[in-house]
Design a protein. Structure first.
Length: 162
């Protein structure tokens, strides 16, 4: 049976000033929950990058971030979910990038390739590749018309509650 360890949800206006405080808030909550501080940092990076993309490409007046950790025995999975409305051009680009990430045999090599491409083409577009390579968070998406949901999952170890 799965036990929810942490669950947070935020609806925010799509303003960049929310990104860093949200990242810090999530990291502060995770510190006493997770065994490995590296996982706290990895999840904080993933939250930052995914929320930044959600805000950057939103064409609505609200974005949504949900974060949870569910434990089943000794196994636990951290989940990040961002939701926004986006233009079809941005939706297609997001799908293409996540599909390429998931098809890559080595996330770090793929990240290096994205970095090289960004130097040639200008602009960054590194966020999703960074999440996969540095945070080891597996990404997926759900699209329904102009509503985009990006999901990130990562196996973590949580402290035992006594």
């Amino acid at each position: 049976m799965s036990i929810r360890v942490v669950r947070l949800g935020f609806s925010l206006p799509p303003l960049h000033r929310w990104i860093s405080p949200t990242r810090c808030y999530i990291a502060d909550i995770l510190q006493p929950v997770l065994i490995d501080n590296d996982n706290v940092d990895r999840l904080a990076i993933a939250v930052h990058e995914l929320l930044e993309n959600c805000i950057k490409y939103s064409n609505g007046d609200q974005v949504r971030l949900e974060f949870e950790i569910n434990r089943d025995g000794d196994e636990a999975i951290a989940g990040i979910r961002t939701t926004n409305s986006a233009l079809s051009l941005h939706v297609a680009n997001l799908c293409r990038r996540i599909d390429a990430l998931n098809a890559a045999k080595d996330p770090i090599e793929h990240y290096d390739e994205v970095i090289r491409d960004s130097l040639i083409q200008g602009g960054s577009s590194l966020g999703l590749a960074r999440v996969r390579a540095e945070s080891n968070v597996h990404l997926s998406y759900q699209i329904q018309k102009d509503v985009v949901v990006v999901l990130g999952e990562m196996h973590v170890r949580v402290r035992k509650v006594t």
